[in-house]
Design a protein around this ligand. Structure first.
Ligand SMILES: [Fe+2]
Ligand SMILES: [Fe+2]
Length: 343
């Protein structure tokens, strides 16, 4: 009997948490995001001129050389390679990041479908989640087209994650909070890296430049939603749940970030890169440590704001090498600037 009552209580609480219409500020934010999705969205086949001559992928194109802000591109081992080799490595690296990105988006879409399945009638979350899924479907089309055109047969995610991924979207129904932290762990590193590259201003291949500008422009909404979603829910968790979450967050950030940023084993084997170089790039050199830390300043801010920073959690952030000061505000000015690049 007691077990049955407890079960009913858990389900009731779960249902109650899905009802958001009494929160005016939150529903207004969702309306703004949804309207933004209608007003400003991109189509991968009408907004990118794949067949125009300047978008052609041609041999020995130095614009594929990795920019300095990329941890590999900034390393002296890479810079001391021949130009042909730098191009080859640069193309593989950039194609693989696109492939990992679309793998993540694929998981995210399935998770959003699982979450929105349970959302009550009339909830504005339904509409926004579906807009976001449509955008992510377009991103996966855009990234896959880019990989195909580059002609590099890259694997994307590390093998282990490929095996684990089918269960991740299932968590979005019963455990949406950890799921949305997982979403941020995928979106923040990609967004941060792409913004760094665009800001550096190095001449990029037009495919790369266009795809990144479109992606950054739309990601601003997605990241904003995940932050607001978590801001609304995390403070209401019970103490024990919050404590467990506080440990889960830095671990997830670090694990998923490595899956995106560190190329898989094939990369190191294909280009015969010394182990010592790999270690330095990921992440023992001071610049790469900084790169890793900087990626998560917004998530640290979110963790401070929602009561997820306690002494043990801080230690885990430190052990994962992603500790540091929280951002003072989410990087709005940069995002606004980059939105204009994509117009
Ligand atoms: Fe995306
Ligand atoms: Fe996204």
């Amino acid at each position: 009997m007691a077990v049955k009552e407890a079960k009913t209580r858990v389900i009731k609480r779960w249902r109650r948490n899905m009802e958001v219409r009494d929160d005016v500020e939150y529903t207004d934010m969702l309306t703004t995001l949804s309207e933004g999705s209608v007003r400003r969205s991109f189509n991968p086949f009408t907004d990118i001129e794949w067949d125009s001559p300047e978008f052609a992928v041609i041999p020995n194109d130095e614009r594929w050389i990795l920019p300095d802000t990329d941890p590999i591109g900034g390393h002296e081992w890479y810079q001391s390679q021949s130009v042909e080799r730098q191009i080859e490595i640069g193309m593989w690296r950039q194609a693989n990041v696109a492939k990992v990105g679309l793998h993540f988006e694929n998981i995210l879409i399935r998770g959003l479908m699982e979450y929105s399945f349970w959302v009550p009638n009339g909830s504005p979350e339904y509409r926004y989640c579906l807009h976001e899924s449509v955008e992510e479907c377009n991103h996966t089309l855009m990234f896959q087209e880019m990989v195909n055109r580059m002609g590099v047969d890259v694997p994307g995610m590390p093998k282990l994650l490929k095996w684990v991924q089918p269960i991740i979207p299932l968590a979005a129904g019963p455990f949406p909070i950890p799921f949305f932290f997982g979403v941020l762990a995928g979106e923040e590193p990609i967004d941060h890296t792409q913004k760094n590259v665009l800001r550096e201003g190095k001449a990029l291949h037009p495919i790369m430049e266009r795809v990144m500008a479109i992606h950054v422009a739309e990601e601003a909404r997605h990241i904003s939603f995940a932050h607001q979603y978590l801001h609304k829910r995390v403070p209401g968790l019970r103490r024990r749940q919050r404590w467990m979450l506080s440990i889960f967050v830095p671990l997830t950030m670090r694990i998923l970030c490595s899956a995106i940023v560190v190329p898989p084993r094939e990369f190191w084997k294909t280009f015969d890169i010394p182990r010592s170089v790999r270690k330095e790039i990921f992440f023992s050199a001071p610049e790469s440590r900084m790169f890793l830390r900087n990626m998560f300043s917004d998530v640290r801010m979110l963790s401070y704001d929602t009561g997820l920073m306690n002494p043990i959690a801080k230690l885990v952030w430190k052990l994962c090498k992603i500790d540091g000061p929280p951002a003072r505000y989410r990087s709005e000015p940069q995002r606004e600037h980059l939105v204009s690049v994509a117009s």
